[in-house]
Design a protein around this ligand. Structure first.
Ligand SMILES: *Cc1c(COP(=O)(O)O)cnc(C)c1O
Length: 263
C-alpha cells in the first residue's frame, strides 16, 4: 500500500471563506481520519483533530467556532495571545493550543492563556512555565517536541535525549506531561516521512515502560495537512491540520521553519 502522499504545495488548498466551505473541509478531514483509522484497525475516537488557525483572521475564526471548533492550534505565541484576548469574553470556551517553539520571555503569556503547549524542548522553558503556572494556580498539558527528521531547521530534542529530559520533568508539577509531538520531514516521499512517525511512537512506547510518568504518557501529536493519514497509520492521537481546513497560507513555511525545504 504505497500511495504517494499529496505534494506539499500550498497551491492545493483553496481558501475556505464561508461557514459552508469550512464545514465541508472539516467533514472531509473527519471522513479521511475515519477512513485512515479503519485501515489501521484503530478507533476513530482515539484520534483528535486539532485545527491550526495561524494567519487565519478573526472573522474566519468565528466561523470555525460556529463549525464546532473548540480548540485551535497556533504556532506563534503572540498571535495566539492576541486571538485569545480578542475572543475570551465573546467565546470563553474557545481554547488555544500553542504548538510552536517558545522563547523564555514568552512563557509567561503561555502560562496565562494556553490550554496546552506542544513544543516543550528545554528545561529552561519547563522551569519558567512551571513558575508562572504556579503563580497563577494553573496546570498545563504539555507535549515534548522531538526532532525526528534530524533536520537542523526543525525544533525539538534529539530522540536520544528524550528519556533523560522527561526524567527531569516531575520537578515541575504544574506541567502535565501528556506525550510527544513531532513534525515529519517535509517530503512527498512516504519513505522519508513514515520513519519520523515510527520513531516518535517507539519513543513514546519506551517512555511508557521507563519514565516517571509511565502510562500517563499516551499522546502522539503528529501529522499535518500533507501527511496526517500516514501519521494515523503510525499511531497519531492528535493530528494538527491547518491548510486543508482553512486554505493555503500566504506566509511561506520558512517563516515557521527556517530553511524548510522540500525533497
Ligand atoms: C502550521 C502547523 C501545522 C499545520 O500545518 P498545515 O500544513 O497547515 O496542515 C502543524 N503543526 C505545526 C507545529 C504548525 O506550525
Amino acid at each position: 500500500m504505497n500511495t504517494p502522499l499529496p505534494p506539499r504545495t500550498q497551491a492545493g488548498y483553496p481558501t475556505a471563506s464561508s461557514l459552508g466551505e469550512l464545514q465541508a473541509n472539516l467533514s472531509d478531514i473527519h471522513a479521511r481520519i475515519h477512513a485512515a483509522c479503519q485501515r489501521a484497525g484503530r478507533d476513530t475516537q482515539d484520534v483528535r483533530l486539532l485545527p491550526v488557525s495561524k494567519t487565519v483572521d478573526e472573522s474566519r475564526i468565528r466561523l470555525a467556532y460556529q463549525a464546532g471548533c473548540r480548540v485551535l492550534g497556533e504556532n506563534k505565541v503572540q498571535e495566539a495571545f492576541r486571538k485569545w484576548e480578542a475572543f475570551t469574553d465573546e467565546l470563553p470556551d474557545l481554547n488555544w493550543a500553542v504548538i510552536g517553539h517558545l522563547q523564555t520571555n514568552k512563557a509567561k503569556l503561555v502560562a496565562r492563556f494556553a490550554s496546552e503547549f506542544q513544543a516543550l524542548d528545554s528545561l529552561r522553558i519547563a522551569e519558567t512555565l512551571d513558575r508562572h503556572l504556579q503563580e497563577q494556580g494553573r496546570a498545563l498539558d504539555v507535549y515534548v517536541q522531538v526532532n525526528t527528521s534530524g533536520e537542523a531547521s526543525k525544533f525539538g530534542l534529539s530522540p536520544e535525549d528524550v528519556l533523560a529530559f522527561v526524567r527531569q520533568l516531575p520537578a515541575y508539577s504544574a506541567l502535565r506531561v501528556r506525550g510527544l509531538m513531532t513534525l515529519a520531514r517535509f517530503s512527498s516521499d512516504e519513505e522519508h516521512v513514515r520513519p519520523c512517525f515510527t520513531r516518535l511512537r517507539t519513543l513514546r512506547d519506551q517512555l511508557r515502560q521507563d519514565s516517571p510518568y509511565a502510562e500517563q504518557i499516551q499522546e502522539l501529536s503528529m501529522g499535518m495537512s500533507g501527511d496526517f493519514e500516514l501519521a494515523i497509520q503510525e499511531g497519531a492521537t492528535t493530528v494538527r491540520v491547518g491548510q486543508a481546513i482553512f486554505g493555503a497560507r500566504t506566509r511561506p513555511d520558512s517563516y515557521y521553519w527556517p530553511e524548510a525545504n522540500k525533497t
